[in-house]
Design a protein around this ligand. Structure first.
Ligand code: NAD
Ligand code: G3P
Length: 335
């Protein structure tokens, strides 16, 4: 088959290699001409994934039309803040029945939409749109290291299709119909990873990190439930699995941004230095907005929003969180 892969960041590049290793022809769309040129000439994308050579059946272009011409499926791998614009530009070249897979992790600011909904609102036919999410650092997957992920979709047929395109002995795929749970977890775990980074960078110990991950998971479950998803999804690969890896891995940019923030670096300085997106920073705002609209208490997310965009200091945020009186550990998802 011919697969259009929209985005040449680190995840798009690793996914292109994975899909191509199944024998499919992959045509990548790049926002920036430099990675497209390097992929075509050298089969590398050194700015986003050093130490990796793409298979010969991967090429790249900056033309949406060229990337999508004759495609049997399309995979979106652009950061959440650019997804709507990119999906809009791709829309004229995406026929009605084409299966679509979304890799972006975030919630749209201002609308509270899931990333799959953002794509659907630009290209239509939401039933053919799936989302893949799990503990999947591009730096490991490109070298064939063992990993697993969840593909969520309304339609099992579409889910099975994308499982067929991505599954292998070292990339295990589980299916779900809970798009809301899978996608909300993907956005919220990034918030918790920044907070873990801030905690570690401020000298807190492993017990504190376990506290943040565990109570962060409770916060994720409450919002998933309030938005109509299944709380059990939070116990799966897209929930706990991704939360653990993002909060602990040396590859995690969200965690590493949190550590840098604790040392005094701003979000702008960090993103300019690393040339990579920190999805959790945008999610602190969009998830807070969504939680307020649903009347759900998400104390970690609210605190990070205040830290990054308000006037709250680290000391004040810590004070606010630790002065909360803990109640019953499992106090019901509706409260
Ligand atoms: N990196 C990972 O290991 C990983 C794993 C799982 C999921 N994800 C998710 O995948 C998505 C893509 O992340 P990534 O890590 O590949 O990104 P990245 O930070 O590696 O790359 C950023 C990409 O955005 C592009 N870009 C910059 N400005 C743009 C614009 N105005 N319009 C369109 N594109 C623009 C750049 O060309 C580049 O391709 C994110 O939502 C991320 O959370 C990443
Ligand atoms: O761990 P991060 O912060 O780099 O996020 C990347 C992916 O979402 C991990 O699956």
């Amino acid at each position: 088959m011919r697969i259009a892969l929209i985005g040449t960041g680190s995840w798009g590049t690793a996914m292109a290699g994975l899909v191509a290793s199944h024998g499919h022809t992959v045509v990548m769309w790049s926002y920036d001409p430099a990675p497209a040129h390097e992929i075509n000439e050298l089969h590398t994308n050194s700015c986003y994934l050093s130490d990796y050579t793409l298979p010969q059946n991967v090429s790249a272009t900056c033309s949406h039309e060229e990337a999508l011409a004759g495609a049997d499926a399309v995979i979106f791998a652009v950061p959440s803040s650019f997804l709507r614009g990119v999906a809009r530009d791709c829309a004229p070249y995406i026929p009605d029945g084409l299966p679509v897979l979304c890799l972006a992790k975030g919630i749209e600011l201002g609308t509270g939409l899931l990333m799959s909904d953002v794509i659907a609102s630009e290209i239509g036919h939401p039933e053919r749109i799936a989302a893949l999410s799990g503990p999947n650092h591009a730096e490991e997957i490109c070298h064939g290291a063992l990993s697993a992920s969840t593909i969520a979709c309304e339609s099992m047929e579409i889910g099975e299709f994308f499982k067929g395109v991505t599954f292998g002995p070292n990339f295990r795929i589980y299916l779900s119909t809970d798009l809301v749970g899978v996608e909300l977890c993907g956005a919220m775990k990034n918030v918790m990873a920044i907070i873990c980074g801030i905690a570690a960078g401020s000298g807190m110990g492993d017990n504190a990190l376990a506290l943040i991950m565990t109570r962060g998971l409770a916060e994720m479950s409450r919002l998933v439930h309030a938005c109509g998803g299944e709380a059990m999804t939070c116990m799966g690969l897209a929930g706990m699995g991704d939360l653990i890896v993002t909060c602990t891995s040396r590859h995690s940019r969200n965690r590493s941004f949190g550590e840098a923030f604790a040392r005094g670096e701003t979000l702008e300085e960090y993103q300019a230095r690393r040339r990579m997106v920190v999805e959790g920073a945008a999610a602190a705002k969009s998830v807070s907005e969504l939680a307020r609209s649903k009347g759900v208490d998400v104390p970690f997310t609210f605190a990070l929003e205040q830290l990054l965009y308000g006037s709250m200091t680290l000391e004040e945020a810590l004070d606010q969180l630790t002065s909360r009186m803990p109640g019953e550990e499992f106090y019901g998802l509706d409260e």
